[in-house]
Write a protein that binds this ligand. Structure first.
Ligand SMILES: [Zn+2]
Length: 202
C-alpha cells in the first residue's frame, strides 16, 4: 500500500482548482463570472473533507482495545451509522447507513472506533461492495473476534440523478465472517437485533 501511495504524486492545490475551472468550462459556463470565482477553492476544500479517509489508517483506529469486559462475550452491534461516500465510477455521493456487529474474542474496542473505521473507508472513492468487505475484513484482522457482520443500505446518486434516474432505490450489501457466516442462529440473532426497534433510537 505504502508503495502505491508514493507512486501517485498529488497535484498541487492550484492544479486541482484549475481542474475544477476546466470542468466548469466543459459544462458550458464561465469560471470568471462572479458567482463562480470562488467555486474552485470551495470544491477543492470540500474534496479534502469528502476524501479525508485517504489520510486515515483504519488499523491504527482499531488498535486500542479493552480486555476488562467482565466476561462479556455476546454480540455487540452498532446500528444506523450514517454513511457518506462517493461512487468511484461517477464521483457522486452515496449516502445511507451502516450496521456493524461483532462477537468479541478477548478484546473489545470503543464503539466510536467502529464508526470511525466506517468513515475511514467511506471517505474515499468506493463501490459499496468493496466498502462493506473492507470494513468487515479490517475488524476481523485487527480485533480477531469470533465473527463480524457488516450491512450497508445506501442510495446512489449515480442511479437517482443520472443514467436510469431511479430515486428511492436502495442497495443493500452484507459481508459476514466467522460465526455470522457459519452459524445460522448467530446470523438470525443479528438480523433480529437489526430489525428490533424496541430498546433504543426513536
Ligand atoms: Zn456510480
Amino acid at each position: 500500500m505504502a508503495k502505491r501511495k508514493q507512486s501517485i504524486a498529488r497535484p498541487s492545490r492550484e492544479e486541482a482548482e484549475e481542474a475544477v475551472r476546466t470542468l466548469l468550462r466543459w459544462s458550458g459556463d464561465d469560471p470568471s463570472r462572479e458567482g463562480l470565482l470562488d467555486t474552485p477553492r470551495r470544491v477543492v476544500k470540500s474534496y479534502e473533507e469528502f476524501f479525508r479517509g485517504y489520510n486515515e489508517d483504519p488499523v491504527a483506529i482499531l488498535s486500542r482495545t479493552f480486555e476488562e469486559t467482565d466476561g462479556y462475550d455476546e454480540m455487540i452491534l452498532l446500528r444506523d451509522i450514517r454513511l457518506e461516500s462517493h461512487c468511484e465510477h461517477h464521483m457522486v455521493p452515496i449516502t445511507g447507513k451502516a450496521h456493524v456487529a461483532y462477537l468479541p474474542g478477548t478484546r473489545v474496542v470503543g464503539i466510536s472506533k467502529l464508526a470511525r473505521v466506517v468513515d475511514a473507508y467511506a471517505k474515499r472513492f468506493q463501490i459499496q461492495e468493496k466498502l462493506t468487505a473492507q470494513i468487515a475484513n479490517t475488524i476481523q484482522d485487527v480485533l480477531r473476534p469470533r465473527g463480524v457482520a457488516v450491512v450497508i443500505e445506501a442510495n446512489h446518486q449515480c442511479i437517482s440523478t443520472r443514467g436510469i434516474h431511479k430515486p428511492g432505490v436502495s442497495m443493500v450489501t452484507s459481508h459476514m465472517l466467522g460465526e455470522f457466516r457459519d452459524n445460522p442462529s448467530t446470523r438470525r440473532e443479528f438480523l433480529a437485533m437489526l430489525q428490533s426497534r424496541t430498546c433504543a433510537a426513536e
